[in-house]
Ligand binder design. Structure first.
Ligand SMILES: Nc1ncnc2c1ncn2[C@@H]1O[C@H](COP(=O)(O)OP(=O)(O)OP(=O)(O)O)[C@@H](O)[C@H]1O
Ligand SMILES: [Mg+2]
Length: 263
């Protein structure tokens, strides 16, 4: 009886998880890149991952997207093992590729075409996404006519237009200036609040991680493993300027900074 009850409880917990890494190790030949990593991401959670370059942050996202298979261990997505490319997630990769032969509008519309979204709905979703990243008016431009930061925003809009329930974002705001970054933070927090979507957000920027996340995972140097997980207990909805000025914010920053292997 006890066993049945705990099996049921385990199944319920599993359904509540958006993503689960169970003792996952990634090797490229003899090169031990990451793990063993065990980490759960709850539905609706905003999880940030920080850690030194090369520790395996992008690798973790690639495992969830199904573009990489673990050498050992298991990765589950919404309760099922990831097998093949995971079309359910929205992935803003570290290298934001725009298709050079498509306009801004055409790039953002691409995933909607794959999903056969009716043209009128697609137009609205593309427009909303471009408004969120501040690119209205550039619909007909080609990527080569845009700056690096603008191209990055096209790639972000492409994921936003798709309205996934799980977002994987790999340093999505790296080439944006401080003002645009803050604006994008506000947009993301709004999307998170309104949609209940799950976010796994990789960044080098501790301030960005604390501002956005419910939990911040600090990875160790390669082969990366989660060495510290910090709950960010700051009030929501978050006013970015207010929380960044709060003493609690400074305390989180100190804790996370101390855990990062920066030398
Ligand atoms: N396809 C691959 N073949 C061989 N080695 C790889 C491959 N992909 C990643 N690696 C190695 O695995 C390690 C982890 O890479 P990963 O890209 O996940 O790091 P990261 O934490 O995202 O780093 P950064 O912060 O610089 O983006 C690195 O040492 C990298 O060189
Ligand atoms: Mg990376």
């Amino acid at each position: 009886m006890e066993q049945i009850r705990s099996a049921t409880a385990a199944a319920v917990i599993c359904r509540q998880l958006a993503i689960s890494f169970d003792e996952v190790v990634v090797k490229f030949g003899d090169f031990h890149a990451m793990g063993p990593t065990s980490l759960d991401v709850r539905h609706g959670e905003f999880l940030a991952i920080v850690g030194p370059s090369g520790c395996g942050k992008s690798t973790l996202l690639n495992l969830v997207a199904g573009t990489l298979v673990p050498s050992s261990g298991a990765v589950a997505y919404k309760g099922n093992g990831v097998a093949g490319i995971n079309h359910d997630v929205g992935y803003v990769t570290q290298k934001n590729y725009c298709l050079p032969w498509r306009t801004v509008e055409g790039n953002v519309r691409l995933p909607l075409e794959f999903r056969n979204v009716p043209p009128a709905d697609a137009r609205e979703q593309v427009r909303d996404a471009l408004a969120m990243v501040g690119l209205l008016g550039f619909e007909k431009a080609y990527p080569k006519q845009l700056s690096g930061g603008m191209q990055q925003r096209v790639a972000i809009a492409r994921t936003l237009a798709y309205r996934p329930s799980v977002y994987l974002m790999d340093e999505p705001f790296g080439s944006l200036d401080a003002q645009l970054r803050t604006r994008m933070h506000e947009e993301l927090l709004k999307i998170w609040q309104e949609t209940g979507a799950t976010f796994v957000f990789v960044t080098h920027d501790l301030q960005e991680a604390i501002t956005l996340a419910d939990r911040v995972v600090v990875m160790s140097k390669r082969p990366g493993i989660p060495k510290l997980v910090v709950d960010i207990d700051l009030p929501r909805p978050r006013d970015i300027i207010d929380i960044q000025a709060s003493p609690a914010f400074g305390a989180y920053f100190k804790t996370l900074w101390a855990a990062l292997d920066v030398h």
